[in-house]
Design a protein around this ligand. Structure first.
Ligand code: PHE
Length: 333
């Protein structure tokens, strides 16, 4: 019986298809199979023998049946997987190849500066490009007839409305909205000045305005954040230089230069932004108590940063949309 069992299990184990498995079943379990033959011996035994022998044959029969069932399931699963493999449907659609867009170099600079200031807790503000004289000038401490208005030759639409000459009016708009509470914003956007276009001048350009209003702010906070920003944009070994300047809306005011190495190795300073402590008149007009609140503000020239960062020789390149120029910035950010 033991030999029969080993023989049956071995055959089952080695079977590779359902047909031969069925032959094995017939050979052992059918009416003429070896197990049935064993059963036939029962009738010649005495009752005791019959009991133990019968039980053993039953166990053997069960063992073989189980092995057969197990193997059958396994072979059926294999066959199913094979069918799946052969009947696999190709749902793949041929690629529709469209040229991928990428960011304009000025947008790349803006995103980079935004990243820096968002990390410092600033939020992003917006304002209209068609601005009122009131916000563009008066709220920025440039009353009508103020001589410093001449610094920013403007495109007027009518006597009260113009294309904004700087992003500074967004300072006033944001402060009024904040209604006396602390404020930290930057505002990137287009600005316009009447200018003759040449390699370094464009009648349209971009600025990023920054404004921080709070208690206990002083000039070193401004200096610190601007130095950090220069390092973020240009690399850790950059330095900044502050030169006294004049803006009606800040006091004191500075122009900020960033250190730069010319191709021949000569170090130079290049101006990239104007900044200062917010003038008390500007705070007062925007409903802040100027005896308590302080602010600092700055206006970054986006093209200047891009020109320095990417070594661009003509500011007009940013606006004429020559694909050969723009393609160079594919995948930079
Ligand atoms: N608005 C100034 C300009 O366009 C820049 C500036 C902004 C200066 C904020 C000081 C503070 O030249």
């Amino acid at each position: 019986m033991e030999q029969l069992k080993l023989e049956a299990l071995k055959q089952i184990e080695e079977t590779k298809d359902l047909q031969s498995l069925e032959s094995i079943r017939i050979a052992f379990l059918s009416k003429k199979g070896s197990i049935t033959e064993l059963m036939k011996q029962l009738k010649d035994m005495n009752p005791d023998e019959r009991k133990t022998f019968g039980e053993s044959v039953n166990v053997l029969k069960q063992t073989i049946e189980e092995a057969l069932t197990l193997k059958k399931t396994q072979l059926e699963n294999d066959a199913l997987l094979e069918t799946f493999k052969n009947e696999k449907v190709d749902i793949h659609l041929d690629e529709i190849s469209l040229p991928k867009g990428y960011r304009h170099p000025l947008i790349q600079v803006i995103r980079d500066v935004e990243d820096f200031f968002i990390g410092k807790g600033f939020s992003i503000a917006e304002g209209p490009e068609l601005e009122t004289d009131h916000f563009n000038f008066e709220m920025m401490n440039l009353a009508k007839g103020h001589p410093a208005r001449a610094m920013q030759d403007s495109f007027y639409v009518d006597p009260e409305r113009l294309l904004r000459t700087h992003t500074s009016p967004v300072q006033a708009r944001s402060m009024l909205e904040a209604n006396g509470s602390d404020l930290a914003i930057i505002c990137p956007g287009k600005v316009y000045r009447r200018d003759d276009d040449d390699p370094t001048h464009s009648h349209q350009f971009m600025q990023i305005e920054g404004l921080y209003v709070s208690d206990d702010l002083n000039f070193s906070h401004l200096k610190g954040i601007l130095l950090d920003m220069a390092k973020h944009i240009f690399g850790p070994d950059r330095k900044i230089r502050l030169r006294p300047s004049y803006f009606p809306f800040t006091e004191p005011s500075v122009e900020v230069d960033v250190s730069f190495m010319k191709a021949d190795g000569t170090p130079i300073w290049i101006e990239v932004l104007g900044a200062g402590m917010v003038h008390p008149n500007v705070l007062t007009m925007a409903n802040y108590d100027a005896s308590v609140k302080r602010g600092f503000a700055f206006g970054i020239g986006v093209e200047r940063i891009a020109i320095l960062k990417y070594f661009i020789d003509d500011i007009r390149q940013f606006y004429i949309n020559d694909k050969r120029f723009l393609d160079q910035f594919k995948g930079v950010i």
